[in-house]
Design a protein around this ligand. Structure first.
Ligand code: ADP
Ligand code: ADP
Length: 223
């Protein structure tokens, strides 16, 4: 779960990128986060990922109060959050398997335990048969699905996606959203930052709208 309690983020003395933001995303719920460029979407994601800290208010993710975390606790908290990027950030000189395995290797998982987890994550995105391929041998949609497999391989409780369908044609965007819906059904909380209004309209999930750092709308569905 994600909970923001009156969260503000001030980058410069007279400028708040986020102002008094409050919302809660329960376990297993999926929501879109939208708003114009500069509205504060990236800042909100960075607060959840512990890349930035709130200037005031409380950010609570998976029961952890981010204002209280120090040192090693920060690394542990980050491991419980999967991040999906627009450009998927895959390493071109490593196989699909090795890209997906990376979070487990970094977390120090025993090597013998890694293959089953990697194949399970690749199975979820329908790419088990491409484990030995390199990213450049895959289509854009397949690359994005590998990015999702990497984000979920460590079984995070929360997934953040920043314009995950930005480079995909509409049909592939729907495939990616279907994967997120499968994940939310098994209890993962998912926040999808996007400008894609057709996607928002097609999938009737909760919609959080930011405008100049404020939450101006929080609705269940868009017609
Ligand atoms: P979005 O992701 O919705 O485009 P951002 O969260 O990136 O919005 O930015 C919100 C506001 O905060 C913008 O006005 C941006 O210029 C400002 N901002 C973002 N990051 C920084 C930073 N590191 N230092 C100063 N201002 C920043
Ligand atoms: P093996 O050669 O025995 O498959 P691997 O190291 O490739 O050894 O696999 C380790 C684990 O991953 C095994 O439990 C295996 O069942 C599983 N696995 C391996 N390859 C695949 C695959 N292509 N699809 C699904 N699971 C696989």
């Amino acid at each position: 779960m994600i909970r923001f309690e009156s969260v503000s983020k001030r980058y410069a003395p007279q400028f708040d990128a986020l102002r008094e933001l409050s919302f809660e995303l329960p376990t297993g719920e999926m929501a879109f986060l939208t708003g114009h460029s500069g509205a504060g979407k990236s800042t909100l994601l960075k607060l959840i990922m512990l890349i930035e800290r709130a200037s005031s208010g409380r950010v609570i993710v998976n029961g952890r109060d981010h204002g209280q975390l120090k040192g090693r606790q920060i690394a542990l908290a980050r491991r419980d959050i999967g991040m999906v990027y627009q450009d998927h950030n895959l390493l071109d000189d490593r196989s699909v398997f090795d890209n997906v395995a990376l979070p487990l290797v970094i977390a120090g998982m025993p090597p013998r335990d890694i293959p089953n987890r990697v194949y399970a994550a690749l199975d979820l995105v329908g790419l088990k048969h491409r484990a030995k391929a390199f990213p450049q041998e895959l289509s854009g949609g397949e690359q994005q699905r590998v990015g999702i497999a990497r984000a979920v391989v460590a079984k995070p409780s929360v997934i953040l996606a920043d314009e995950p369908t930005g480079n995909l044609d509409p049909q592939l965007a729907v495939e990616v959203m279907n994967i997120f819906e499968d994940l939310s059904r098994v209890g993962v909380s998912i926040l999808v930052a996007t400008h894609d209004l057709s996607l928002i309209a097609r999938f009737k999930h909760r919609l959080l709208t930011l405008q100049a750092g404020q939450l101006v709308a929080d609705s269940g569905a868009v017609a």
